[in-house]
Design a protein around this ligand. Structure first.
Ligand code: NAD
Length: 421
């Protein structure tokens, strides 16, 4: 085990992409480090009258292409390295999709499930109080991430408006519809991945009915299961943080989602769904055409990558496959549709939300879906073409695609030859 950080490991992908492009060293120097990361402590009043302090961060990794954009995670294992790495990935994700944004991210180290609703509201408002001068519609625009949701974004938007004495819905995306949220944001991450796979189905060898295994059954995992199920695929295995279930002839997705929404774990529903409970680690090894990691980062590693039987891995989670595991998958001929493309539907509809907030004119769901589909297909096709032309993995191709755009923008601020001359 090396002592390099998650960010060090993420930067391997930047270096790899750079080796395929003729780019100025200035570009790499700029993208190797986060521009700014603010750390603070949120001190909130608990329901029992005591006060409790929580570590919190906001990182603005790079804003060359526009205001920084990225979610806020509430998780007991959050660290500064994780926040900065997620912000790095957001920088590349926005560039892959050609959104006019840089990358950011935030987190609070907390187990939100251990808080009451009123404590959660105080924590969310405290986060916005702490970072009100960092965020802003033209500076840094947060959104939901793991264990945060529309309700939390609504509290944060309200707090920002109280602090600034304005009504600025564009300060945060993923809001409730009633506060300026966009139609179609709730399933956008899954839908973007779904459009991508469907568009490239023939190239991926996934035409016709497919079997699908999904790791993580939250926002991204559930909506993907629903869309894939409705499209005639079989969802043969799913997992959450407490366990995994397997049913080779297909799970009843509607009942699973209903149970999850009622606060149950997937393994508790196995018997009534006619499914077998399997060890969580075995989920990635089940027989399925498509494996969808939709939980947390670094879940597929050198220790388990060889067991994967799927033809294609769709990374709805951020960073679920380590760089070493990536090599194993490539050697096995498994195509990985990488996070910075595969889960970019979420930030794309967040962008639509921001655009609608700023123009004060709102699109219907049909228009949102059509725009998302067009952008996923356009950038997905461009990335696929780079992979074919250069004989590189789809991940490398996505980084090359993004880095080209970032480099053009960074160089437009002044190039090394100009200053050296
Ligand atoms: P979520 O909180 O709604 O769901 C996370 C799910 O992962 C939960 O079902 C949880 O039980 C499960 N999980 C946690 N640890 C697990 C483990 N060890 N094994 C199996 N399952 C486990 O979060 P989400 O919004 O669906 O995000 C999931 C992933 O997708 C994250 O990596 C996130 O960064 C990424 N992502 C989400 C969005 C979005 O719009 N929601 C956008 C882009 C990327």
């Amino acid at each position: 085990m090396t002592d390099d950080t998650l960010l060090d490991r993420a930067l391997i992908r930047l270096e790899e992409a750079a080796s395929h492009l003729q780019i100025d060293q200035d570009v790499i120097e700029k993208l190797k480090y986060p521009r700014e990361t603010t750390k603070t402590r949120l001190l909130i009043r608990m329901d029992d009258g005591s006060r409790k302090s929580f570590l919190a961060w906001r990182c603005r990794y790079d804003d060359t292409r526009g205001p920084t954009k990225g979610g806020i995670r509430f998780h007991p294992d959050s660290t500064i390295e994780e926040v900065e790495t997620l912000a790095f990935w957001m920088t590349f994700k926005c560039a892959v999709m050609n959104l006019p944004y840089g990358g950011g991210k935030g987190a609070v180290r907390v187990d939100p499930h251990a808080l009451s609703k009123t404590e959660l509201e105080r924590l969310s408002r405290a986060y916005m109080q702490a970072f009100a001068s960092t965020v802003g519609p033209d500076r840094d625009i947060p959104a939901p991430d793991v264990y945060t949701n529309a309700m939390i974004m609504g509290w944060m938007a309200d707090e920002y408006n109280q602090i600034t004495g304005s009504v600025s819905p564009a300060v945060i995306t993923g809001k409730p519809i009633a506060l300026g949220g966009s139609l179609g944001r709730n399933d956008a991450t899954a839908r973007g991945g779904f459009y991508l796979v469907r568009h490239l189905a023939q190239e991926l060898g996934l035409s016709g009915s497919r079997t699908v295994a999904i790791q993580g059954f939250g926002n991204a995992g559930q909506f993907f299961a629903q869309l894939a199920d409705e499209d005639g695929n079989k969802i043969v295995a799913v997992s959450d943080s407490t366990g995994a279930i397997h049913k080779p002839d297909g799970l009843d997705v509607a009942r699973l989602i209903e149970g999850k929404n009622a606060g149950r774990h997937v393994a508790d529903m196995a018997a009534e769904l006619g499914a077998a409970v399997i060890p969580s680690d075995d989920l990635i090894a089940v027989d399925a055409d498509l494996l969808v990691p939709a939980a947390l980062e670094e879940m597929i590693t050198v220790d388990n990558a060889a067991s994967i039987k799927a033809k294609v891995v769709l990374e709805l989670a951020n960073g679920p496959v380590t760089a070493e595991a990536d090599k194993i998958l490539t050697d096995k001929g498994i195509v990985v549709l990488p996070d910075i493309l595969a889960n970019a539907g979420g930030v794309t509809v967040s962008y639509f939300e921001w655009v609608q907030n700023r123009q004060g004119f709102y699109w219907d769901l049909e228009e949102i879906h059509a725009r998302l589909k067009k952008m996923m297909e356009r950038e997905g096709r461009a990335v696929w073409a780079i992979a074919q032309d250069r004989s590189v993995s789809v991940r490398s191709a996505a980084y090359i695609h993004a880095l080209g755009r970032l480099a053009t923008a960074i160089e437009a601020h002044g190039t090394q030859p100009f200053f050296a001359g």
